[in-house]
Design a protein around this ligand. Structure first.
Ligand code: SAH
Ligand code: SF4
Length: 343
């Protein structure tokens, strides 16, 4: 049976009309599904029991549940979501002043296997459906209101998985989250992070992607990048740079890079020079990330003086550089620490 949240608004209207129901019911049902984010037909209080039964006889209603919640001493909260098939993914809430940022997963596991990332070690299980991504938002938004008094203000697709390898579902989820008849978040409050899927970046450019884009670069040296990010084998730095030139031309946006400093791997003076050279064709912002330990991790954080030299070199090239503080490390909720095995 098809899931009620797999169909379009038009399909819902057609179904209701074919059953001699009024068209405006579709609007009411849509609001329950995509604005109020309910978890079952029983919650549709302005819909008659007979219509609810009719819907239930035609469409299943799959809804995620929170399987686990852990809170950090810095108020970050990490959640495990369980889906209909027992698949689990993680999401994180990061409060900061009035702002609450939700870090959302796009896949169960990840096929790209970066050597520094805990998610990469668990392999790939499956893509998340857009309604499953939407559920992560809804469930965490409700908890954010309870925990911090504010709902989610910002979303980053920096949880488990590579969003551009689940392109259509991620785009539809963003559509539901930003739609007027959905959650209505501003696209400027959403950031998608990619390991550098060339075709996906071009597709974003073609649709003038209204959200933020961040590219996890981590090295501008082909040998080093391939060693830590196998994705580089099929999405070379050369092709990635060309795709980003295209993205900049189409959107006029600055390119944001994530750069994870790994001691003696990608934090040398030579590495900084290569990074600066790679960034020449477009205006950039570089977010420097500190390495978070992962189980059995192979790497070490850069020494503070090495990090400062690296940053100073980039700033000397007139590049915009930010140092990102990691949160939630005590509960393994920081970047790259998300991993979940079945049950
Ligand atoms: N797959 C996408 C989005 C999820 S990863 C991507 O790779 O961009 C989100 C961010 O966390 C990426 O920038 C990733 O490189 C970073 N990350 C992964 N492992 C990390 C670790 N151990 N410490 C710090 N950051 C890490
Ligand atoms: Fe996948 Fe991103 Fe982790 Fe690499 S860093 S394994 S692309 S989730």
């Amino acid at each position: 049976m098809e899931d009620i949240r797999s169909i379009t608004r038009e399909q819902l209207e057609d179904f209701l009309l074919s059953k001699n129901e009024k068209k405006f019911r579709a609007g009411q049902i849509w609001t329950w599904l995509w604005q109020k984010g309910i978890g079952s037909y029983d919650e549709m209080t302005n819909i008659s029991q007979s219509l609810r039964d009719l819907l239930a006889s035609q469409y299943t209603f799959r809804h995620a549940v929170i399987a686990q919640e852990v809170q950090s001493k810095d108020k970050t909260a990490k959640f495990a979501f369980r889906y209909y098939d027992d698949a689990l993914v993680e999401g994180v809430l990061i409060p900061s002043g009035e702002r609450v940022t939700a870090c959302i997963s796009s896949q169960v596991g990840c096929p790209l296997g970066c050597s520094f990332c805990a998610t990469g070690t668990m392999g790939f299980v499956r893509n998340l459906h857009y309604s499953e991504i939407f559920d992560e938002f809804m469930l965490m938004d409700r908890r954010a209101r309870e925990l911090y008094g504010n709902g989610i203000s910002n979303i980053v697709f920096m949880g488990m998985g590579e969003p551009l390898l689940n392109f259509d579902n991620v785009m539809t989820a963003i559509d539901r989250l930003t739609a007027k008849d959905g959650i209505g978040l501003s696209p400027t409050r959403i950031t998608l992070s990619t390991a550098g899927i060339v075709k996906g970046i071009k597709a974003l450019a073609d649709r003038k992607f209204p959200c933020g884009l961040a590219v996890s670069l981590h090295s501008a040296d082909p040998v080093v990048r391939s060693a830590i990010m196998p994705v580089n084998e099929h999405h070379s730095l050369h092709d990635l740079q060309a795709a980003l030139v295209y993205y900049h031309q189409k959107t006029g946006e600055r390119i944001t890079f994530e750069y994870l400093l790994l001691s003696k791997v990608n934090d040398t003076r030579q590495a900084a020079e290569k990074l600066a050279r790679f960034c020449r064709p477009f205006p950039v912002k570089v977010n420097i990330i500190e390495y978070n330990e992962t189980p059995g991790g192979l790497y070490h954080r850069s020494y503070p003086n090495q990090r400062e030299e690296f940053i100073d070199y980039l700033k000397g090239c007139n590049m915009v550089v930010n140092v990102r503080q990691s949160r939630g490390q005590d509960i393994a909720a920081a970047c790259g620490q998300l991993v979940k095995n079945k049950r």
